[in-house]
Design a protein around this ligand. Structure first.
Ligand code: FAD
Length: 324
């Protein structure tokens, strides 16, 4: 029996959120006195797979079928189920990304497992009692959930677990799930990834985001220049994209994209609960708002009470100076 971690690739490397899932999976394996195996799919460099040893993974099963370079839920589920069967895995760990959550729920049906998404902490294991803590109500509360099925499936919330760096190298073995054309029946014709200066918003480490406080699209150079100086992706609140100041793929929140960067800078955004739902798993939140009563300050790690038109140009200069 082992713990199986599904890791996602991006541009040949392993996504940071998957490194967190791998660290989580190997710690669960330690709790259970077993080892952690990873399963990787599609276009990932083999040396990146071997480096998963640093997160405590002992073996990586890798299906390099080119048809898996874009996400196809049924085919991914078949590959992961094959790996789970091969490893007799009873605990499956994912990152709570769009892909992880989609695959996790389908696997729960296929393997008759218990699924917990948005998990924020290591499980408490006491004999057959296996309890995880998950964020609920857009991160406003936590629930302890017992996973009672034989197979336990856990999707770990981004930025909840530190990435381990223990050293070591994982062995990499080829895996083939004998995929047929039928497994790709629901494949998308084309996958378009929207980037800002080569940075994908859902994967960005730093995000600079603007709201209605910026008054109009003609002022967006403030957001863009700060983002450029920090190597960040740009984002916005919903009304900003509704008014066509910015494209809809930049809208973050409950009805938009969820981001989990190390640093989220919110400029002229009030911090409504629907906005916070998409950004509250950011590691550090910096809020710039001229209203000291703006709700966003309650969720902020650092706050600047001031006019964005005074504060942001100074931040841009400071960020540029750091680069020199
Ligand atoms: P405002 O609420 O108008 O806030 C502007 C802020 O800028 C204020 O706090 C103000 O003090 C500040 N400001 C003004 N001038 C300056 C200045 N010169 N310098 C500094 N600060 C300044 N919203 C989302 O963002 N994402 C969602 O996914 C989302 N989904 C929703 C779903 C539903 C069902 C509903 C009902 C609403 C949703 N909303 C969403 C809308 C949300 O409720 C808020 O209305 C929205 O987030 C407000 O956007 P804002 O903060 O940019 O604008």
């Amino acid at each position: 029996m082992s713990v199986l971690v599904f890791v996602e690739g991006l541009n040949g490397e392993i996504k940071k959120s998957s490194l967190e899932a791998a660290s989580y999976g190997s710690q669960v394996a330690k709790q259970l006195g077993t080892s952690a195996t990873a399963v990787a799919i599609g276009e990932v460099h083999e040396d990146a797979l071997a480096r998963l040893g640093e997160q405590g993974i002992s073996k990586v099963l890798y299906d390099a079928d080119e048809r898996l370079n874009q996400f196809v839920a049924d085919a991914y589920v078949k590959v992961i189920a094959k790996a789970a069967q091969q490893e007799s895995a009873k605990v499956l760990v994912f990152s709570n990304t769009n892909i992880g959550a989609a695959v996790g729920s389908k696997l729960a049906v296929r393997l008759n497992g218990s699924l917990a998404t948005n998990v924020t902490a290591l499980p408490t294991i006491n004999g057959s009692n296996f309890v995880v803590t998950r964020g609920v109500f857009s991160g406003k509360a936590f629930a302890d959930v017992e996973l009672t099925a034989d197979v336990k499936i856990i999707a770990v919330k981004k930025n909840s677990i530190e990435v381990a760096h223990e050293g070591g190298s994982a062995s990499v073995e080829k895996l083939s799930a004998d995929l047929t054309e039928a497994d790709f029946a629901a494949a998308p014709k084309e996958t378009v990834m929207q980037e800002t200066d080569g940075v994908l918003l859902p994967e960005a480490e730093v995000v600079v985001s603007g709201g209605r406080g910026l008054k109009g699209p003609e002022n967006w150079h403030l957001v863009e220049d700060l983002a450029k100086a920090l190597g960040a992706a740009t984002a916005c609140s919903k009304p900003v994209s509704d008014m066509d100041w910015r494209p809809h793929h930049e809208h973050v929140g409950q009805t938009g994209i969820t981001v989990s960067p190390n640093l989220y800078i919110a400029i002229g955004i009030s911090g409504a609960i629907q906005h916070l739902a998409g950004v509250n798993s950011s590691k550090v939140i910096v809020v710039i708002n001229k209203d000291p009563e703006a709700p966003f300050f309650k969720a902020a790690d650092y706050g600047i009470v001031g006019d964005a038109f005074d504060v942001v140009p100074k931040l841009i200069e400071a960020a540029k100076a750091l680069d020199k």
